[in-house]
Ligand binder design. Sequence first.
Ligand SMILES: C[S@@+](CC[C@H](N)C(=O)[O-])C[C@H]1O[C@@H](n2cnc3c(N)ncnc32)[C@H](O)[C@@H]1O
Length: 226
Amino acid sequence: MRFYVVTIFPELFPGPLAEGVTGKALASGRAEVLPVPLRDFTLDKHLTTDDTPYGGGPGMVMKPEPLFRAVEWVRETEGRRIPVVLLTPKGEPLRQEKVRALAGQEAWILVCGRYRGVDERFRETLVDLEISVGDFVLSGGEIPALALMDAVIRLLPGVLGNEDSADEDSFSNGTLGPPDYTKPPEFRGLKVPDVLLSGDHAKIAAWRRERALEATRRRRPDLLDK
Ligand SMILES: C[S@@+](CC[C@H](N)C(=O)[O-])C[C@H]1O[C@@H](n2cnc3c(N)ncnc32)[C@H](O)[C@@H]1O
């Protein structure tokens, strides 16, 4: 899985992805994160990537020319039409089903906006998918791009130590995940539920399912409506 990341801050990558399971995936070549410095595709000596908005208003807009050139360069280098994801609060909210779908593609170009966002002509012409990481506004698309890549990379075959360990994650079965406990069995008078110490795998599975459903009903009933 290869991610090209179009950004004015290429030094932010791979950032936290270099650690833990994603770090191992990068080290083993299962995943690659290739920053594409947007300023390399500017046309003037000041390396300008933004300009004032037509129609007025505060802030700047990312110019279309470097964005077009960056995406075209990736596609020419690869010799194929790699799809483009624009990170934007106006996009489809990122959910686990979408993460799974993204993990099924060999390569993606992620475009990180800054300022007011990107020129609409770039969005209309070259963007295949618009993804939001939540109903809040960050100052740039780099943190959303890192979140998206982390979520995708950990689903790639062989990345998690135990292939099954994503199966109990929140959202994988349409609910939040069950609560987790580890040793010691009692700490400051707080006990691990007896069923988890029983060794009865069927009972443990049923208990986990019930607790997951209960937490989902209480905290995220919208997931059960689906
Ligand atoms: C300050 S935001 C621009 C917000 C834009 N003016 C709007 O109202 O939708 C700058 C950039 O951060 C990124 N960004 C901010 N919040 C995001 C979110 N919730 N999901 C994905 N990307 C986000 C996008 O790339 C965006 O172009």
